[in-house]
Design a protein around this ligand. Structure first.
Ligand code: SF4
Ligand code: SF4
Length: 332
């Protein structure tokens, strides 16, 4: 494989870490925003980073229903819906690449299983029956969230939820959840992180409803990894590299919803033209173009939202003071 396709892993890691660091920056800035109000103005004021809404997928799903039923994007957490739609667009175009290029959770678990490989010499694999038993969990969670929001919630309930204090404080509650994590959530998250040293991406593979949705969307992606049987020498490098344990070596086109578009298989293939990302018509998508589309669509969508006025929350500063003071007492 040409050196430039091998370099794509360096670019992917750079993009992953760029988004992880940016997520940390968003978290710290939002913490400082909240601190200003909690300290009664003693801590300096910083602008609320609207990008923090990327971590409000429930609010985004309700906003989606609101958008579909009312025709307009709400101005409480508009960025949540914009990021959600951007993620869907990326997954439709370039498989579940959001999971392996942008998602900070996936970045962390990838570090864990890579460290695990170094320490144990390999990653462990669950028994096939256990894998099959656990994988549907993320789809059941997806059915629960999509069913209870997109199907069951009436347009009136959607509107009430969007303008309600519970939704308005969703970002504050999320911050407090991470700042004061204890008991069961701490145990579950620590357990999943620990498990990630032994298994590859257990959270993404078994539990993440977002990943389940993106996997289903990615089925319709025009770009897929394709193997040319004539050029393939059956070395097995692609199968060994695949974090989703897909049998790339014996197929023609990787259609599976478990393909996270990481291109590790392509990068590890020793034969030029044996393994490439191709569009339906056969046109090759180079690693550089793949990367440009993933990053370009994601960032481009947020820029477009800013330009068209669908990014900043309309919650005024004075209302934030009240919401932050009352956040503990606000429940759904
Ligand atoms: S098939 Fe290739 S692109 Fe898809 S998950 Fe496996 S290694 Fe990544
Ligand atoms: S890494 Fe390339 S040559 Fe080796 S089995 Fe996979 S497609 Fe064939």
């Amino acid at each position: 494989m040409a050196q430039k396709e091998k370099n794509i892993q360096r670019i992917r890691l750079a993009v992953q870490w760029g988004f992880l660091l940016f997520s940390l920056y968003l978290g710290v800035t939002f913490y400082r925003f909240v601190l200003h109000f909690r300290s009664g103005g003693a801590a300096p004021f910083v602008e609320r980073p609207d990008g923090v809404e990327a971590f409000l997928p429930i609010s985004a799903l309700v906003s989606l229903k609101g958008w579909l039923t009312s025709g307009s994007i709400n101005n409480i957490h508009p960025a949540a819906l914009v990021v959600f739609l951007a993620v869907i667009a990326v997954s439709w175009l370039m498989k579940r690449s959001f999971c392996s290029w942008i998602c900070p959770v996936s970045t962390l678990t990838e570090v864990c299983w890579k460290v695990g490989t170094k320490v144990f010499g390999k990653n462990f694999r669950l028994w096939l029956w256990a894998d099959w038993l656990l994988r549907p969990i993320k789809y059941l969670l997806l059915v629960f969230f999509v069913g209870s929001i997109l199907v069951v919630m009436s347009p009136d309930s959607v509107r009430d939820f969007i303008v309600g204090d519970y939704n308005k404080t969703a970002d504050i509650k999320m911050l407090d959840f991470f700042l004061h994590m204890s008991g069961t959530p701490l145990l579950v998250i620590s357990g999943l992180l620990l498990l990630s040293f032994f298994l590859r991406n257990p959270f993404c593979r078994f539990l993440c409803p977002y990943g389940a949705l993106l996997g289903l969307v990615s089925r319709f992606s025009p770009a897929k990894v394709e193997r040319c049987a004539k050029a393939c020498i059956s070395c097995g490098g692609c199968n060994r590299a695949c974090p989703s344990y897909l049998d790339v070596m014996h197929g023609e086109r990787v259609k599976s919803e478990e393909c996270i578009g990481c291109l590790r298989c392509v990068s590890s293939c020793p034969k030029p033209e044996a393994l490439q990302v191709r569009l339906k018509g056969g046109k090759v998508v180079s690693g550089a173009v793949f990367a440009a589309v993933v990053v370009g669509v994601f960032i481009g969508s947020t820029l477009l939202a800013r330009i068209t006025g669908h990014w900043h929350t309309s919650i005024p500063k004075a209302e934030y003071q009240r919401l932050i003071n009352e956040a503990d007492r606000i429940s759904h």
